[in-house]
Design a protein around this ligand. Structure first.
Ligand code: PCA
Length: 160
């Protein structure tokens, strides 16, 4: 079992959340809501309005997301789905627990620090750093940059 922190389209209520629930992909157990200890730029980029956490600690906001415990099958699925390592890298990130579901002797206290994997990227277009940064991603937010997975949208100047 591996812990993964999701901050984008895989979060509850977001466009790819259903993939976390699909048992044919493996299992994902919701553990907690959390936010990154360090600030990171969470930007929306490309023609498909994809959220990216840029691995540039210290810039942007402390990013909100959800921690899931996933089995090896789901981890493989997520690596494939996120085009890891081509589009995203899966790297460990330090998190502060906001709310932990379930109560047993292993339950971390609110405010405690845990580590999980996150799909971030170190390879990005430099202009993405000038995009607005978000604390909490919402595809349906006021920004109007709704995520699409339409592959027919292509732009030769985009890397993804
Ligand atoms: N999916 C992953 C990375 C960005 C995205 O849309 C996530 O939700 O964390």
């Amino acid at each position: 079992m591996t812990c993964v922190f999701v901050y984008g389209t895989l979060k509850t209520g977001q466009p790819n959340y259903y993939r976390m629930l699909d048992a044919t992909n493996g299992t994902a157990k919701f553990l907690a809501r959390a936010r990154t200890v360090d600030k990171y730029p969470l930007v929306i980029a490309t023609k498909n309005n994809v959220p990216f956490l840029l691995n540039v600690p210290g810039e942007g906001h402390r990013v909100q997301g959800e921690i899931y415990e996933v089995d090896d099958k789901m981890l493989k699925f997520l690596d494939w789905f996120e085009s890891c390592p081509k589009m995203y890298q899966r790297t460990p990130v330090k998190l502060e627990v906001n709310e932990w579901v379930g109560r047993d002797e292993n339950t971390p206290k609110v405010g405690s620090l845990v580590e999980a994997f996150v799909y971030s990227t170190t390879t990005y277009q430099p202009e993405w750093l000038r995009n607005p940064t978000y604390e909490s991603y919402d595809s349906y937010g006021d920004h109007g940059l709704k995520y699409t997975d339409d592959d027919s949208i292509s732009d030769p100047h985009q890397s993804c």
